[in-house]
Design a binder for this molecule. Structure first.
Ligand SMILES: Nc1ncnc2c1ncn2[C@@H]1O[C@H](COP(=O)(O)OP(=O)(O)OP(=O)(O)O)[C@@H](O)[C@H]1O
Ligand SMILES: [Mg+2]
Length: 265
């Protein structure tokens, strides 16, 4: 086993990074993969709540780094998937408690025992972001179809290029096909043209995401949710499978645009 370390980041806050990590980790675990998620958002942890594991936290990543526990003691096992684990962030206000070297060391210890390590990055391009990308083999950028989010994502693409982290892949989250149709929202085509990176999935706006997050049950476990289906598809693409893009708009302009992207890949 040599885990692939995947970091989910965005630049702008609140676009769906933690939602993506919780859902992709759950989908990968449902596919039989051994997955360890790391909450990289020191001081503002969230991933534990979305995975429904907040009451099980005893140790966190700073306890590991400062030697108060072994790495395995900080790995919380999921309630439903025995091969899914979370290493929670600390609630400390001292963000310098974690360094890029610490993250590289922790991921080195996890690589032999997992198939995937998913790191939930904090917003911004400061230290927490630097920590989160330090050990990444692959970076996924989440953005919403909004000018400000795309602009921040573009900044992150530039930093990743400068750091020689390879080309990231894009998750376009919260797309509302009706708004796109009315020219009231950037289309997937627009966003991809602006960012010039590869698309790994489009997740529609779906209230089931919020309901699932509040219940601590990621939407990916909902068979009928469109967002759940989109995350399941992204998880398959992460595993190297060639999954066609969803028809989010039933025979309209976006679908033809999507077909163009897949042809362009
Ligand atoms: N596809 C979606 N449809 C509807 N709501 C969504 C979708 N994706 C995310 N959300 C909601 O958007 C909010 C922000 O999501 P989330 O916490 O995952 O973002 P984040 O990028 O991790 O934020 P932060 O930068 O603060 O860490 C949450 O309330 C979440 O439920
Ligand atoms: Mg978050």
């Amino acid at each position: 086993m040599t885990a692939q370390v995947i970091t989910v980041t965005s630049g702008k806050g609140g676009v769906g990074k933690t939602t993506a990590v919780a859902n992709l980790a759950t989908a990968l675990a449902a596919d039989g993969m051994k997955v360890v998620c790391i909450d990289g958002d020191i001081g503002l942890r969230n991933l534990d709540v979305i995975l429904g594991l907040e009451n099980r936290i005893v140790y966190d990543i700073v306890d590991v780094i400062e030697g108060r526990c072994k790495l395995k003691q900080a790995m919380i096992r999921d309630k439903h998937y025995p091969e899914l684990y979370l290493i929670p962030a600390a609630q400390t206000r001292d963000k310098s408690a974690v360094s890029p070297t610490d993250m590289v060391r922790i991921c080195k210890e996890l690589r032999p025992i997992a198939d995937f390590v998913l790191i939930d990055s904090p917003a911004g391009i400061e230290r927490g972001f630097r920590n989160s990308i330090a050990a990444a083999d692959r970076v996924l950028i989440v953005t919403n179809p909004e000018v400000s989010a795309v602009r921040d994502a573009d900044r992150v693409v530039g930093i990743l290029e400068a750091e020689e982290k390879g080309s990231p892949a894009l998750i376009l989250n919260r797309l509302n096909p009706a708004l796109v149709r009315n020219n009231d929202m950037l289309s997937a085509d627009d966003v991809l043209d602006l960012l010039g990176i590869q698309l790994i999935g489009i997740v529609p706006e779906d209230e089931a995401v919020i309901i699932g997050s509040n219940r601590g049950a990621p939407v990916v476990t909902e068979p009928k949710s469109r967002a759940g289906q989109a995350f399941r598809n992204i998880a398959k693409r992460i595993q190297g499978q060639d999954v066609p893009f969803m028809d989010l708009e039933q025979k309209n302009a976006l679908w033809s645009a999507l077909q163009r992207f897949t042809g362009r890949k």
